[in-house]
Write a protein that binds this ligand. Structure first.
Ligand SMILES: [Zn+2]
Length: 173
């Protein structure tokens, strides 16, 4: 995967600049397999229901959703879905963003655990920071299927942790 290319894809929807700083969450199936809406039909249907009234994420396309007052982009890639947001906006709104973003990720995980496309055994969740077009890998979490309630709680708390830690050293606008 190439996080800075994903950011390039999100610029228009976010109305932002390549030089801005971004936070990116990536979901990677293990073993690797295609994650498009044909291969994950139930999961993408569930995500689209969750983000309504925002536009459904098109097949291998992008959707802009608003959490609180903060825009973020969900991208459908064959290699795995991505969530991209602008660091500066997110730093100032972090309290209102933690829960909704972790819930999007846990919705993916819960739906995949039910759908188990191609016998999917595990999903890896990675976080990146992209600054001036350069990506820095921050953290990762491996989630084994099927999910239990405790693992869902772990996903939510870990994602919130990834988001919180990333405010350190961020641009203070
Ligand atoms: Zn596919």
């Amino acid at each position: 995967m190439n996080p800075s290319r994903s950011v390039d894809r999100a610029l228009t929807l976010l109305k932002s600049e390549k030089d801005d700083e971004y936070f990116l969450l990536k979901l990677l199936p293990q073993p690797a397999s295609c994650c498009c809406s044909d291969c994950w039909p139930n999961t993408w249907r569930e995500i689209n229901r969750t983000i309504a009234p925002a536009q459904p994420v098109p097949h291998e396309g992008d959707s802009l959703i608003t959490v609180g007052a903060v825009p973020l982009v969900i991208e459908s890639h064959e290699s795995g879905p991505e969530i991209i947001l602008l660091l500066t906006q997110w730093c100032s709104q972090i309290a209102s963003l933690l829960k909704p973003i972790s819930e999007i990720v846990s919705t993916f995980a819960k739906s995949l655990s039910r759908e188990r496309p191609k016998g999917l055994a595990r999903i890896r969740i990675e976080s990146y920071r992209v600054s001036q077009g350069q990506a820095t890998h921050i953290a990762k979490l491996d989630v084994d299927f099927p999910l239990d309630k405790r693992t869902v709680d772990t996903i939510n708390s870990t994602i919130q942790d990834m988001l919180t830690k990333n405010t350190e050293g961020g641009n203070q606008h």
